[in-house]
Ligand binder design. Sequence first.
Ligand code: APR
Length: 320
Amino acid sequence: MARPKIALIGAGQIGGTLAHLAAMKELGDVVLFDIAEGIPEGKALDIAESGPAEGFDAALKGTSDYADIAGADVCIVTAGVPRKPGMSRDDLLGINLKVMKAVGEGIAANAPNAFVICITNPLDAMVWALREFSGLPHEKVCGMAGVLDSARFRHFLSLEFGVSMKDVSAFVLGGHGDTMVPLVRYSTVAGVPLPDLVDMGWTTKDKIDAIVQRTRDGGAEIVGLLKSGSAFYAPATSAIEMAEAYLKDQKRVLPCAAWCDGVLNLKGLYVGVPTVIGAGGIERILDIKMTKDEAAMFDHSVDAVKGLVEACKGIDETLA
Ligand code: APR
């Protein structure tokens, strides 16, 4: 049987890391696409040359021709510009919207059956625009944010408790931005919810509040340290987890930016929610119950995403 084909649109920091991870995990053959001359070819060759020592079987190709992504099973989109210190994700809107148009049309023409994972920021608005420009089914287009945000939350919690990250699960809802909603009640250590751990004296509410805020600011913390560019190792790893769930029909329960129409009181919006990812793409959305406070935070986040979608419509009238 032929190996799956994974197209990576954007061969920058995240794109290159995605290619390396996909090859090392033998998820399929990899096509790296970018408009920057020589970059996709150079990275593809460099990673291919790591194959003998690493011992993986995967073909890697770099290209600037959309025809080379033909028939891709998965497309992961990182094309666009990342943040610089002092910029919010929303500052990227105008530039990256134009990029989503080109990418959406390229995918529609060459890989219309692919499962598409968008990473480009501002995430929730860009995944919406990419779906609109590509015309692919909503369940086959999603955005990577929740896996990364909850990974950051899990990492910080594991440091606080001095336990393995493997035993910490975390739940993050809403848009990928300052309004994201880390749900403390649904976040656990080996099944024990965080409020119970406060009662047990393992931590304090103030410390949990600080960790929630650090999670919200997780991307900015990395941008501030790197000075040029934004995070790429953890974003790439998170998207690979989602791609693997699709390719292997794992039915993983993963938070991601999914099309919500008739769930969580939403009528047609991409926003971060818990989903089931399998061979059908986004197969299901968990229509969870929220407390009044949680619902208020979620609504605030939803309003922020709606504002960005409206801004996109103002920039490109074909989206209105
Ligand atoms: N088509 C294809 N590739 C493009 C296009 C386009 N129209 N426009 C830009 N690119 C490429 C750039 O040439 C660059 O190689 O996208 C790549 C982006 O890579 P980086 O600048 O290294 O950015 P990266 O850190 O990978 O982040 C990409 O993901 O997390 C988000 O905010 C981040 O929006 C940013 C995206």
